[in-house]
Design a protein around this ligand. Structure first.
Ligand code: TXA
Ligand code: MG
Length: 354
């Protein structure tokens, strides 16, 4: 970690309040470098149940447990293989979650009844201090309503969960912007359950062994812990119907939809600037957003942009779906947030809600 400014008196006061609330079994939202988390004491079943209630999250989806150091992580894992040590030394604090056999002190509610736990040491000074002061494992999924877009500012958290969370620690906008890479070390071969900023190649290079990653989406079986978030075909979605398109092959479809439904009813999000053909069509109703062509910058801005577009009450959001090397994690999130472009026509111009 780089040297950071010392915490202000206000932040220190908020941290003391956060520890008090967590110790009393209440929820506290906290910043991380990826997205904001909704925290509860992972050793307190009743507290953890409040997370599921607040989010409207199915109880078969396990939570990530945050810890402040490698030494703490080892307390909560039933085993600590060499690969875990190598990865934690290299990438923690950082956007990597390691799934390992769990210690029974982590309540079953946190792991959806499963025998493994996802451990992550987040790279944010406020939360690292909180974890040090609290000195217990902090269960924390993303602090959004279930299936909505993950929050990357304290304001996003308040707009989703104002009633159910007692305190939102404001640590500013998240610097990574998409959720951590989830890597299972619980099986014979290390396996990516959710892609993130830390890529398959970097993980393999770190441990000197193959890491599996299959971007396939498989429907979840009811009443069983999900193997990972990648099992859900729909996730992280805006409320406005969103459609993915590839450039340039799907451009004619987008043009057709804009002509049919009216350009004022859509927003477009792409990493290339608006082609002349579409610019003419759009006229004054300009909702074409050119995003960064740099994957890191794009990821940092994505969820805030989706939330902003969602507030415009449009009939559709059209999002370019980049499928190039280095964009796997973003492609994964966009795949979950959108439907195929042809669907826009079956959906009656995209006017229906979701
Ligand atoms: O970046 C992040 O990971 C953020 C911040 C707050 O740390 N957290 C986050 O949590 O995205 P959540 O719950 O929204 O997504 C975690 C995913 C879950 O969908 C779950 O399926 C998977 O990680 N997961 C957690 N524990 C697991 C376990 N024991 N086995 C398999 N998958 C697990
Ligand atoms: Mg989430």
């Amino acid at each position: 970690m780089n040297a950071r400014p010392p915490l202000t008196d206000l932040q220190q006061g908020q941290l003391r309040q956060a520890v008090k609330l967590l110790t009393a079994g209440e929820l506290v939202a906290f910043p991380t470098e990826t997205v904001y988390g909704l925290g509860a004491d992972a050793t307190n079943a009743q507290a953890v149940r409040k997370i599921f209630l607040a989010k409207g999250r199915p109880s078969n989806n396990p939570l990530i447990v945050h810890i402040g150091s490698i030494a703490h992580a080892r307390r909560y894992a039933a085993h600590w293989p060499d690969a875990a040590q190598q990865l934690a030394e290299r990438f923690w604090p950082g956007p990597l979650t390691l799934v390992l056999g769990k210690n029974p002190v982590i309540v079953d509610e946190a792991t959806a009844g499963g025998t493994t736990v996802g451990l992550r040491c987040p790279d944010h000074p406020l939360t690292l201090k909180l974890l040090e002061m609290f000195d217990r494992p902090l269960a924390g999924p993303s602090a959004n309503r279930s299936n909505h877009i993950s929050p990357t500012t304290a304001e996003h958290v308040r707009s989703d969960l104002a009633e159910s969370v007692r305190l939102v620690l404001d640590g500013g906008p998240c610097t990574v912007g998409i959720e951590s890479t989830v890597l299972s070390l619980a099986g014979l071969v290390p396996k990516i359950l959710r892609p993130g900023e830390i890529s398959q190649a970097r993980l393999q290079e770190c441990i000197g062994a193959a890491v599996e990653y299959s971007p396939l989406i498989v429907a979840a079986t009811e009443n069983q812990p999900l193997e990972g978030p990648g099992m859900l075909p729909k996730h992280y979605a805006p409320t406005t119907p969103a459609y993915r398109f590839s450039f340039p092959e799907d451009t004619p479809l987008l043009v057709r939809w804009l002509k049919r439904s009216g350009p004022q009813h859509a927003a477009m999000l792409a990493s290339f600037s608006c082609p002349a053909e579409i610019r003419t069509l759009l006229g004054d109703h300009h909702q074409w957003h050119t995003m960064s062509a740099d994957a890191k910058e794009y990821a940092r801005a994505l969820y805030d942009m989706l939330r902003k577009m969602d507030q415009l009450a449009l009939a559709a959001i059209w999002i370019e779906w980049p499928r190039v090397a280095g964009w796997e994690a973003i492609g994964d999130r966009l795949l979950r947030a959108t439907r195929p472009p042809r669907q826009a026509f079956d959906d009656g111009g995209g006017a229906s809600g979701d």
